[in-house]
Design a protein around this ligand. Structure first.
Ligand SMILES: *Cc1c(COP(=O)(O)O)cnc(C)c1O
Length: 401
């Protein structure tokens, strides 16, 4: 069967929830992906920020193979060594105290909301607490996570959603203050908004929120699912600011391709939060996922990944600034670390990403017409040059047409 046949079959059988790019990917090596026809692509999307270690990392792959032969799953009724090791390493990396492993980002967000509600319930002895979330945010597609996702298009057909969610403007402290009531139990936000168009939290904003939360015993939930795991130049993006969340979520690069997420909290929250019987998952933190998390964190630490990200992301910043200077259609350049975006004006970002694919470059979009740069963290300057050369050519053609 050739790739066209496979794609036709996919369109017959899979629920049509994605308008997929018409390529059939087969394997990867380093920062390159190859399709079934042998065409090579430079990857600047990393499976939406997942494949931080790139493809074909031998140590990571060997750890998974070894675990497959030992034990895949036990359920959470028993202990297993890989999950215990993973928990210790993610605690070390984050400075948080307690971790609950999930199977996805959305599930981590669900757990984080439940943890905040339970904390307030224990304190006040009644339910009915509210959560403040941000316009333009993205926290996942399950009903709870969707309820705090500030995107009307995503929410509209699925109402009524979780009650007691109020929305504020990201990076406008006054707007958040206006939404606080005596019932507010948590403020949830991405440290760097991803899907919404690559908007890092401003320092005064996030530090102001943390202060507000401390004053009023409101829990700060930071969603680090996309911006965490070294991508910002620190292990977690909030470590670039003078803040610490009460609850934090992670997923995407946490397992570098094995589906796994987590929510973490401080001991102060854990003492009053989820207890036996309050929350659970069959798969979450199974030995296979645990092995992936433990090996990912081990390799990132040993190889000083955050140092590498700082260096190569500065270079990416410079090269994207050059493109912004050179092309009138580039309206803005934002981001932090290896999470950057170019906002286009008068050119559909989706068209540019399709052209990039034809030129052997995988690039995705975000929010309102933003090209999103989310490469594997192992990229080198030469890959940045390769990417910007291709993009420069595409934008030059677009400029003339
Ligand atoms: C991707 C993402 C999610 C959802 O994660 P899934 O694994 O797709 O459920 C939640 N929050 C943020 C910030 C994300 O980028």
């Amino acid at each position: 069967m050739n790739s066209t046949c496979y794609i036709e079959e996919a369109e017959k059988n899979l629920l049509h929830t994605y308008n997929r790019y018409g390529i059939l990917l087969e394997y990867g090596k380093g920062v390159y992906l190859f399709d079934t026809e042998g065409k090579k692509y430079l990857d600047f999307a990393a499976g939406i920020g997942v494949c931080a270690l790139g493809y074909g990392n031998e140590e990571y792959n060997d750890a998974l193979k070894e675990q497959v032969d030992k034990l895949l799953h036990t359920s959470n009724l028993y202990y297993n060594v890989p999950a215990i090791r993973a928990a210790e390493l993610v605690k070390q990396a984050s400075g948080m105290d307690r971790v609950f492993f999930t199977n996805s980002g959305a599930e981590a967000v669900e757990g984080a909301i439940k943890a905040a509600k339970k904390y307030a319930y224990t304190r006040d002895q009644h339910a009915g607490h509210e959560v403040i979330a941000m316009h333009g945010s993205f926290h996942g597609r399950t009903l709870g996570a969707l309820s705090v996702t500030g995107n009307e298009g995503y929410q509209k057909p699925f109402g009524p959603l979780l009650p007691g969610v109020r929305f504020a403007e990201f990076n406008r402290l006054e707007s958040v203050k206006e939404q606080i009531t005596e019932h507010t139990c948590a403020i949830i936000m991405e440290t760097i908004q991803g899907e919404g168009g690559i908007y890092p939290a401003e320092k005064e904003f996030i530090e102001g929120i943390a202060r507000l939360c401390r004053e009023k015993d409101i829990l700060l939930i930071l969603d680090e699912i996309q911006c965490g795991m070294g991508r910002s130049g620190e292990m977690f993006a909030w470590q670039n600011y003078d803040v610490k969340p009460d609850i934090m979520t992670t997923a995407k690069a946490l397992g570098c391709g094995v589906p796994v997420g987590a929510f973490l909290m401080t001991e102060r929250v854990a003492e009053k939060s989820l207890a036996p019987g309050d929350h659970g998952t069959t798969y979450g933190g199974n030995p296979f996922a645990g092995a992936a998390v433990a090996k990912t964190l081990e390799l990132m630490k040993r190889d000083r990944m955050t140092e590498h990200v700082k260096e190569v992301s500065n270079y990416l910043w410079e090269r994207l600034e050059e493109l912004k200077e050179r092309h009138a259609c580039v309206a803005a350049h934002r981001g932090m670390g290896l999470m950057q975006g170019l906002q286009l004006d008068g050119q559909p970002a989706g068209e540019v990403s399709k052209k990039a694919l034809a030129h052997g470059l995988i690039l995705i979009t975000a929010g309102c017409n933003v090209l999103r740069f989310l490469p594997p963290l192992i990229i080198e300057k030469e890959h940045v040059d390769e990417m910007t050369d291709i993009l420069n050519r595409i934008l030059s053609e677009e400029g003339r047409s």
